[in-house]
Design a protein around this ligand. Structure first.
Ligand SMILES: [Fe+2]
Ligand SMILES: [Fe+2]
Length: 198
């Protein structure tokens, strides 16, 4: 079960229960359940790898906060807030991390740079990723509800090290996109290049 954490570091200006309710109000039940599993997986990884458990919990809870916003809202935000205009050539799968972090800061009043960066990077990764970035990236991929070819290998890689988990995920994601002849956001390729060599 998900632990009930009271956030001691002042990272969230209200209780965990309030945060959970705010997130629940934005998501389908299916996605909300995924979010809770990502939170727990992120907590487990943070405990295992000696990272900040509070930040892992919050990053897990908020990471898909903006996933169900309409494309039109994203398109407007990308232009209005001067995000990389190339983002307009991609879709929600990229936007809800890169642009979602903006909405999380604005609407949930979470200003912690480490948490916001982890959310920003959870869809495309980055050549350099902090421990928290890696934890969220991997937790999202291996949470217990995930069931795709290769998920067991991904879990084993994450047991070996966070870097091995990231490397596996980056390669798997790229293969998935190539197999479907989907367009690849250039930063995803930069992430791949940086991590396959690590
Ligand atoms: Fe996501
Ligand atoms: Fe997710």
């Amino acid at each position: 079960m998900t632990k009930t954490l009271d956030y001691q570091l002042g990272l969230v200006p209200y209780s965990r229960t309030t945060l959970v309710n705010k997130i629940k109000a934005q998501l389908s039940d299916h996605r909300f359940q995924h979010v809770l599993r990502v939170e727990q997986t992120a907590i487990d990884l943070a405990e295992h790898y000696g990272a900040d458990v509070e930040r892992a919990s919050i990053a897990g809870l908020v990471h898909d906060y903006a996933k169900q916003r309409p494309d039109a809202e994203y398109r407007q935000l990308i232009q209005q807030e001067k995000f990389d205009p190339d983002l307009l050539n991609y879709g929600n799968g990229i936007w809800h991390g890169v642009v979602g972090a903006y909405l999380i800061e604005k609407e949930l009043q979470i200003h912690d740079a480490a948490i916001l960066n982890a959310v920003r990077r959870h869809t495309i990764g980055a050549p350099e990723m902090t421990t928290l970035d890696q934890i969220l990236f991997v937790a999202d991929f291996i949470e217990p509800g995930r069931d795709f070819p290769g998920v067991e290998a991904a879990r084993e890689a994450a047991d070996e090290s966070l870097a091995a988990g990231v490397r596996y995920e980056v390669a798997n994601t790229l293969q998935f996109l190539l197999a479907r002849q989907q367009k690849i956001y250039p930063k995803t390729i930069a992430t791949y290049n940086a991590w396959v060599a690590k």
